[in-house]
Design a protein around this ligand. Structure first.
Ligand SMILES: Cc1cc2nc3c(=O)[nH]c(=O)nc-3n(C[C@H](O)[C@H](O)[C@H](O)COP(=O)(O)OP(=O)(O)OC[C@H]3O[C@@H](n4cnc5c(N)ncnc54)[C@H](O)[C@@H]3O)c2cc1C
Length: 386
């Protein structure tokens, strides 16, 4: 096989599979490498579900990207005849005036997003499964829900292959160089060249890109699934995704019980603590854990007991997955300086990147092919760290 390509993508996970799809569909000769057989459990995309939402408290500039992402979900679903995004709505339980409470309202207002403010009595009527202390704010975003990461990546890989992309997995990129005219990637199986090189290498990005000089801290996050009681209905038709700000800076999130027959999994309600405390020092030797400490389990149970008592049953499953945290929590999407715009980096997705998968692929394709994108990504560029 010819080993020369228009673009080589390192990483066929969330962002890499999407970039491969958009580039191949645009008629470009693409090679996508992954050190594992993607999708897999060693990076940032395992765990069956990801919240998709638009009222972005992190930064309102993400909203136009999300509008595009939602359009692209629909396009990918149509092309593959596969549902990937499930709209259940998202319930935010917050405290008045916190960063999340203010940020969700601000993003919704700035971008005219439908956001309902509910009272405790509304909640009792609609979702008696959830109980909320009187002093909490209750917001409901209707145009939100969840995506299935493994199914999304599988679908993007199939579509990309259909359009001519070449995937080599498992195959690790070991070394890369650039010259005035080309990029060269050496793997454990061969040497490949291309005009452009895109790094979608997730938690391994600092390791592969030491010249990036931006500290990316990789953290291990725990997810757990609990059995729900038979009297409560936690199915996606009857129960939304949720974010619970138990106290300021202490955020828990979760999902309805996904149907095992169609979407697999353990048939429990998934809940997780969005807190970065457990750092991975040696990413080359990381393996996920499929257990949870007694302390973590009792913390999650205390939240279930307080807000979702009908979901505080047997622990059915637990696992870990990786966040790659940028210094400010915003993504890093840019050309790597001093390589004549041959090297593009998409990393530091900091635990909230999956909902952007369908737009990131398009942007990475634009950057590789045209050297620019019409979407505003200035706030994600490297110059913010100067
Ligand atoms: C527990 C958890 C919960 C999350 N919840 C949400 C959520 O609710 N909503 C949301 O929007 N986002 C969420 N995220 C974040 C989201 O999943 C990530 O931001 C996203 O998956 C990151 O994508 P990525 O492409 O950077 O990484 P990955 O999907 O991990 O892909 C990186 C790929 O690079 C490959 N690679 C690395 N080094 C090499 C090499 N040398 N050669 C070849 N291949 C290589 C890896 O094998 C991997 O497949 C969550 C993440 C976690 C961990």
């Amino acid at each position: 096989m010819n080993s020369s390509f228009d673009t080589i993508i390192i990483g066929a996970g969330s962002m890499g599979s999407s970039a491969a799809y958009f580039l191949a569909k645009a008629g470009h000769k693409v090679l996508c490498l992954d050190r594992y057989s993607s999708p897999h459990v060693f990076g940032s995309h395992s765990g069956q579900s990801r919240i998709v939402r638009k009222a972005y408290f992190e930064h309102p500039d993400y909203v136009p990207l999300l509008n595009r992402s939602y359009q692209n979900w629909r396009m990918i679903e149509e092309e593959s005849s596969q549902q990937l995004y499930f709209e259940t709505g998202l319930l935010y339980l917050t405290h008045s005036g916190t960063e999340i409470d203010r940020g969700v309202r601000k993003a919704a207002q700035l971008h005219s997003l439908p956001l309902l403010e509910l009272k405790n009595s509304d909640l009792n009527d609609r979702w008696p499964q959830i109980q909320v202390p009187e002093n909490m704010q209750i917001l409901f975003e209707e145009e939100a829900g969840f995506a299935i990461p493994e199914l999304t990546i599988n679908t993007l890989i199939k579509l990309a292959e259909f359009h001519g992309a070449v995937f080599k997995m498992p195959e690790s990129a070991l070394k890369w160089t650039t010259s005035a005219s080309t990029c060269t990637v050496t793997t454990n199986h061969g040497i490949y060249t291309a005009d452009k090189l895109i790094f979608c290498s997730g938690a391994w990005s600092s390791y592969l890109l030491p010249e990036l000089k931006i500290p990316l801290k990789v953290s291990r996050q725990t997810l757990a699934w609990f059995e729900t009681d038979s009297s409560s209905d936690f199915s996606p038709e009857n129960f939304p995704c949720f974010m619970i700000e138990d106290s300021e800076d202490d955020l828990f999130y979760g999902f309805p019980v996904l149907p095992q027959v169609t979407l697999g999994g353990s048939g429990g309600l998934k809940i997780a603590h969005h807190k970065v405390v457990d750092y991975v020092i040696d990413i080359q030797n990381y393996t996920p854990q499929h257990s949870i400490s007694l302390d973590e389990e009792s913390l999650l149970r205390s939240i279930l007991n307080k807000y979702l008592p009908g979901a505080n049953g047997r622990l059915l499953q637990a696992t870990t997955c990786l966040y790659t945290n940028s210094p400010d929590g915003d993504f890093i999407l840019d050309f790597l300086p001093e390589h004549n715009e041959r090297i593009i980096i998409a990393c530091g997705f900091s635990g909230h990147g999956f909902k952007f998968v369908p737009v990131m692929g398009e942007i990475l394709c634009d950057l590789a092919v045209k050297g620019r994108t019409d979407l505003n990504i200035d706030f994600l560029s490297l110059k913010r760290f100067d």
